[in-house]
Design a protein around this ligand. Structure first.
Ligand SMILES: Cc1ncc(C[n+]2csc(CCOP(=O)(O)OP(=O)(O)O)c2C)c(N)n1
Ligand SMILES: [Mg+2]
Length: 192
């Protein structure tokens, strides 16, 4: 465990703080515990839970942001997921959707599969995003800064990345029980 772990909030605490600031905005959530915890905290039809495949949530969110330019589109992602789909950062940076906020819960591990270390401790993902063309990027270490920066990003033109350092704790959250086609149908209807 990293020395600063004890002072960091958990991914679920971060998700709860973010969902309190959101109502009916589309939120596309990466696979694994981020989806399981978001589903446990608040299961909204405007949530698209990625089931199974890593690295895809921001690509789906980019498509939604381009198709729905008047909606603020948010994606919840993990450090392992970002590393797996890093090319998507370049596509987002190049296309520059103004209505796109990329939230990364960075626990420096593949938490869902048993805390195997990633390399986000040495590769600052928000700086990669900035170099790729994201307009605003911030790294936060506590709940107060998270709320301040996320509110600010909701007002600003993106694309934006909010990287939240979180500890390795995972909630006791079961799998998302909706079938993927049902998630898709429900989501598409909700964001029309
Ligand atoms: C292509 C692919 N490889 C591996 C897995 C297994 N897997 C599921 S979630 C996960 C870890 C995700 O890590 P991260 O994005 O950092 O999220 P965390 O669980 O740490 O919040 C892994 C390795 C998968 N689902 N898909
Ligand atoms: Mg992780």
């Amino acid at each position: 465990m990293r020395p600063e772990q004890g002072t960091l909030i958990s991914r679920a605490q971060a998700i709860a703080a973010l969902l309190e600031l959101l109502t009916d905005q589309p939120v596309i959530i990466c696979n694994g515990f981020p989806s399981r915890e978001a589903h446990k905290i608040a299961d909204r039809p405007t949530h698209f839970y990625m089931i199974g495949s890593m690295g895809n949530a921001p690509a789906i969110a980019l498509g939604v942001a381009l198709a729905k330019p008047h909606k603020q589109v948010i994606t919840f992602d993990g450090d392992g997921n970002v590393l797996m789909g890093m090319g998507t950062l370049a596509t987002i940076g190049a296309l520059k959707p103004k209505n796109f906020i990329h939230v990364v819960f960075d626990n420096e591990v593949y938490g869902t599969t048993g805390n195997q270390p990633t390399i986000s401790n040495v590769v600052p993902l928000e700086k990669v995003a900035k170099a790729a063309g994201y307009v605003n990027v911030e790294r936060v270490l506590d709940r107060e800064d998270l709320v301040y920066e996320f509110k600010d990003m909701l007002k600003k033109n993106g694309p934006s990345m909010l990287l939240i350092k979180v500890n390795e704790f995972s909630e006791d959250a079961g799998r998302v029980l909706h079938e993927p086609p049902d998630i898709t149908k429900r989501f598409m209807k909700a964001i029309q």
